[in-house]
Design a protein around this ligand. Sequence first.
Ligand code: NAD
Ligand code: ZN
Length: 381
Amino acid sequence: MLAMNYRGPYRVRAAHKPDPVIEHPNDAIVRVTRSCICGSDLHLYHGLVPDTRIGHTFGHEFTGVVVETGSSVQNLKVGDHVLVPFNIFCGSCYFCQKELYSNCHNVNPEATAVGGIYGYSHTTGGYDGGQAEYVRVPMADVGPTVIPKDIDVDDAVLLTDAFPTGYQAAEMGDIKQGDTVVIFGAGPVGIFAAKSAWMMGAGRVIVVDHIEYRLEFVKNYAQCEIVNFKDVRDMAVHIKKMTDWLGADVCIDCVGCEASGSAMQSLTGRYMMMQAGSATALFWAINCVRKGGTVSIVGVYGPTFNFVPIGNAINKGLTLRMNQASVKRHLPRLIEHIQSGIISPKDIITHRIPLEEVSDAYHIFSSKLDNCIKPVLVPPG
Ligand code: NAD
Ligand code: ZN
């Protein structure tokens, strides 16, 4: 089959690989119909995630048709068109019972923190991902969800990660009626966090980025205020000015580690970041939130260590909440929101690129070219 193939930082290509096979009675094989590239894939692409091996196939946001099931699979049948949450989880361990699917204990036993994720290095289990014609889906009775008849497959693919992650980001912010919410990052996750913040009762939503076309998009799509950080000398002062000098009630980091250093250039140089990507947005989140406020972090930090202003956080009495999203937990509610017309996730898809051109697709998305917000890879056939 054709599959995305990692060759080293900033080098990916489409290559032929053996078709995946059933390795365990709980597995299914899925023929991929849509597969997005995520901001999380960029951390892999930029070489920031430990143990990303040459030849690995990325892709944790995909839909597909079941073509084969293992002998113990009961909830899926050949021909089902499914959306597959990015988490691989058993559904029954201590953590899954608490709906902390992203922290499942059974699928990535070598790691102490994170559970399994498709196509996300050996740090998260080494499972090949869905930027391919076919993918092996472990624990197939638990994760995949049959796409409801009235849900467009382009909406469904955004239910595998970006929309639920933005939603969980807002949820972890514990937004109260009328709260001012500041979101760092106007990528897909930040865009859905902005939409979700309104659903949870925010009184004001402000999104910060430096890419003008993305800020314009989120302003229109989520009816929020925008701040271009290139125009701002001191982010904490700027947000305080906007909020009667109190600061935001909730700040949300939808950026994570940055390879480019572009955000760093706007800092005065007071803060030195770890060599493996900066954490400017998290700095700003902690410094822009009001005393006693909440910082929610869904931006991914590939390296497990980072330098954050913990002294400021403790002195301000902040609540910090963070996790990889547990996609499955949010699906019933988010499917309802799409069905009722509250949101049309597919509107953020800007590019449909054949899988053969995966190298161009990563370049476009990573460099934010051609007004790219969300690219979808389409396998041949
Ligand atoms: P993306 O790359 O499309 O968007 C990130 C945006 O952040 C870009 O528009 C960039 O210009 C902006 N940015 C960079 N530095 C900034 C700063 N200092 N302040 C404000 N904005 C800044 O990525 P995405 O797909 O939207 O994902 C965003 C983050 O969420 C990534 O770190 C990704 O790994 C993470 N993520 C987490 C989960 C989870 O479960 N926790 C799931 C999906 C994605
Ligand atoms: Zn993702």
